[in-house]
Write a protein that binds this ligand. Structure first.
Ligand code: GLU
Length: 448
């Protein structure tokens, strides 16, 4: 039987990193088995549902590349083949739930109670054999002993979560329910409902929760909890994906950077770790760096230009070749898109602002004749390539009888306004002779 899985978020206006991971594990399992991945929006709580809240989910999944395979054909996308389906919305399926409630009543599994409909919960313990958690024998709690029956349709006519969740898993022929461990406590109820409908329940795989680094439960307010924050801050989706699949699953050999195609090939449910995952933003930043380094230059440049634009630095007035070369000097060095502007802004401004502490340290009367000498030597160069610049700077230092560092620091500050940045000789070569001489002149003027 072919695998059918679903991601079934409630639209809360927020896509938690844990929800994104649940979606990913479902998607990976579908791709691994050649099965079907369904997106089902659990929006029966009408008061809380808005179009925006749904958009947050769709945008997040699309950004990660987690396309769903099935669902009603939507009006506007009719005719397209890929991505034209679904998602399913529970709010459009009331008739199905109504019929199923009727069926339960007819079979004697449900009854009217004070205007609501209640499900007759079996009194015997229910065994859950979970693919991740293992076997859990769920006995009734003391409170449930008194009355284990639960409401499936409220007195206002609204069907409740347990009912619609199970009816849809049944109607959609879901074979594996992969969801957060917080739902383990609902599972006995769900299995009982499946039995009442006369079918076997799907297989369950409850994924351990994601905790903060310090072991506390991750909440909405914790930094990095919202998938949208990564979209807004221009993380690479493949880095976030890579981070997500390491949260609770691990390939053999403790490898960290695994291409998606390979993850699809090797991903399986029994390998999901039983212990809670710890959220580690530093690790995600490291992965973003690794993926950024490995990205195609055009893609990196696009991200960099967008980040610079957000920081108020326009690159459009510059020669595209100059922009490419400038950004090329930082591609391997920055972890996040947000790190790019402070690293390379000096290429794109006419007036530098200088680090005040470094200015005191390096723009000294002692350094003035040294910088002046280097300026004259640079002015005579016809080849302004990195090696030529390096050889020249070394030769000038030797002639002055000083260490190379004694020239490097003031020159970096003069050319960029900062003490850290791209490799000095490369950045000088990219800036070009004219800009470099002008910046050295500006510095000499400040030194007097
Ligand atoms: N709507 C539920 C949630 O967002 C889905 C639970 C399930 O996957 O079965 O937690």
């Amino acid at each position: 039987m072919s695998v059918r899985v679903r991601f079934a978020p409630s639209p809360t206006g927020f896509l938690h990193i844990g929800g994104a991971r649940t979606a990913l594990f479902n998607w990976l399992y579908a791709r691994h088995t050649g099965g079907t991945f369904i997106l089902r929006i659990e929006d029966t709580d009408v008061a809380r549902n808005t179009q925006e809240a749904v958009e947050v989910i769709l945008k997040g999944l699309r950004w990660l590349g987690l396309e769903w395979d099935e669902g009603p054909i939507s009006g506007q996308s009719r005719g397209e083949s890929k991505g034209a389906h679904g998602p399913y919305f529970q709010s459009q399926r009331s008739e199905i739930y109504r019929k199923r409630v009727q069926e339960l009543k007819e079979k004697g599994h449900a009854y009217e109670h004070e205007g609501a409909v209640k499900f007759r919960m079996p009194r015997e313990p229910i065994l859950i054999s979970d693919l991740v958690v293992g076997g859990v024998n769920r006995e009734l709690t003391d409170r449930e002993q008194l009355d284990p029956d639960f409401v499936i349709v409220r007195s206002d006519g609204q069907p409740v979560f347990h009912l619609v969740n199970v009816v849809d898993d049944l109607e959609m022929r879901i074979t594996h329910v992969i969801r957060g461990e917080d739902h383990l406590s609902n599972t006995a109820k769900h299995i009982a409902l499946f039995r009442a409908f006369g079918v076997d329940s799907p297989k369950y795989a409850h994924i351990p929760l994601i905790l903060n680094k310090d072991g506390t439960k991750m909440s909405k307010r914790d930094k990095g909890a919202s998938l949208m924050s990564y979209i807004d801050e221009d993380y690479l989706p493949e880095a976030v994906m890579n981070y997500l699949y390491l949260l609770g699953w691990s390939p053999k050999g403790n490898r960290e950077i695994v291409p998606l195609e390979e993850v699809i090939r090797i991903f399986d449910l029994p390998q999901i770790l039983r212990s809670n995952a710890r959220f580690d933003l530093d690790k995600l930043h490291w992965l973003n760096w690794e993926h950024m380094r490995a990205s195609k230059p055009e893609r990196f440049n696009e991200i960099a230009i967008r980040a610079l634009g957000k920081a108020g630095i326009q690159t459009s007035g510059f020669d595209p070749e100059y922009v490419r070369e400038a950004l090329g000097t930082c591609k391997e060095k920055v972890k996040l898109a947000a790190d790019i502007p402070p690293f390379v802004d000096f290429y794109f401004v006419s007036e530098l602002s200088y680090d005040p502490e470094a200015t005191q340290k390096y723009f000294t009367p002692e350094n003035k004749p040294r910088v002046a000498k280097l300026r004259e030597t640079f002015a005579g160069l016809s080849n302004f390539a990195p090696d030529a610049l390096q050889n020249t700077l070394k030769a000038v230092a030797a002639e002055l009888g000083i260490k190379v560092g004694a020239l490097v620091h003031p020159v970096r500050l003069a050319a960029t306004g900062k003490t850290v940045g791209p490799s000095l000789y490369h950045l000088l070569a990219v800036l070009g002779k004219e800009r470099v001489l002008k910046r050295l002149d500006d510095t000499l003027a400040r030194m007097s």
